[in-house]
Design a protein around this ligand. Structure first.
Ligand code: GUN
Length: 282
């Protein structure tokens, strides 16, 4: 039986410590979230972010827009938030509607307030191995979880399934920085199973049922970033958890694995940006 990588417990521990730190701050850190449209998953994510922030004493503002909002309106709001020194962190919830140029909107965020590490400047820093303002929430949360269980990546073969800007690509860069040998697989990969079978750490961020127990070696560490509701309404990930957890060494559950770590990361990132901005103005 695999050891369960318990994201919920680690989140609770990290946030408990973070709350103590925030309690000491006279002026509280502040996170502004922009939510466009009615995407049900986005609404749930944003609500969770807001509730978690508020429970820690982080000032949380959610700015909502209808699906047909113009790009100019979003850009004007982001510029206003950039100039507002009481706002430390800005998050534009993705996905955005198709008529909006996502990169234009993201890149309007001041890199110092870019809590997701989405702007070109911060992505460029990540790419070159320089320090971005903060690291992207989900990959960083996964590394915190691996560190908590003393799972070292040096020299290991990390296989990332999925090539999104949100998870797959930054995950690959961040594990590379930890001296892993990294392979990225995606929908056009021809011999997926041959590759995943050689993984020491297998990270799946696809959003569909894909990873079965015959796709990895027994010692594998399996990280499941996928989260969706199956036909019966059950929340599940990319990995066939019941079968795979009987075989491998470590595995994240869904829910309760990567999801809570992403939220914890966002809160830690908000406070990190707050501290950097306050240090500079002293
Ligand atoms: N949509 C799904 N996950 C995320 C995230 O971590 N950040 C943002 N901005 N949008 C998302």
């Amino acid at each position: 039986m695999a050891v369960i990588l318990d994201g919920k417990s680690l989140r609770n521990k990290l946030l408990e410590n973070l709350k103590k730190e925030i309690d000491e701050f006279e002026v509280k850190p502040s996170l502004a979230v922009i939510l466009v449209g009615e995407d049900p998953a986005s609404k749930i994510y944003v609500n969770n972010k807001r509730k978690t922030a508020e429970s820690l004493g982080i000032v949380s503002t959610v700015i909502t827009y209808p699906q047909d909002v113009s790009e100019d309106v979003l850009l004007a709001k982001i510029n206003e938030l950039n100039r507002d020194s009481s706002v430390n962190a800005i998050l534009v919830q993705l996905p955005l509607p198709k008529h909006i140029n996502k990169q234009n909107v993201i890149d309007a965020i001041s890199p110092e307030k870019d809590v997701d590490c989405f702007t070109l400047e911060n992505c460029g820093r990540l790419f070159t191995g320089l320090e971005p303002a903060v690291y992207p929430c989900t990959p960083q949360g996964i590394l915190f979880l691996l560190d908590e269980y003393n799972i070292d990546l040096d020299g290991k073969h990390v296989v990332v399934v999925g090539r999104s800007n949100l998870v797959g690509k930054p995950m690959a860069l961040m594990t590379l920085k930890r001296n892993a040998t990294v392979t990225i697989c995606h929908s056009h990969t021809k011999n997926l199973k041959d590759i995943t079978k050689t993984a020491d750490v297998l990270i799946s961020a696809v959003g569909e049922v894909l990873i079965e127990d015959d796709m990895m070696k027994d010692e594998c560490v399996v990280i499941d970033v996928g989260i969706f509701k199956d036909d019966s309404g059950k929340v599940r990930g990319d990995v066939n958890f019941d079968a795979v957890s009987k075989k491998v060494s470590y595995i994240t559950p869904v829910p309760g694995g990567v999801g809570p770590m992403t939220i914890a990361s966002l809160m830690l990132n908000t406070v990190k940006l707050y501290k950097k901005q306050n240090k500079r103005s002293l």
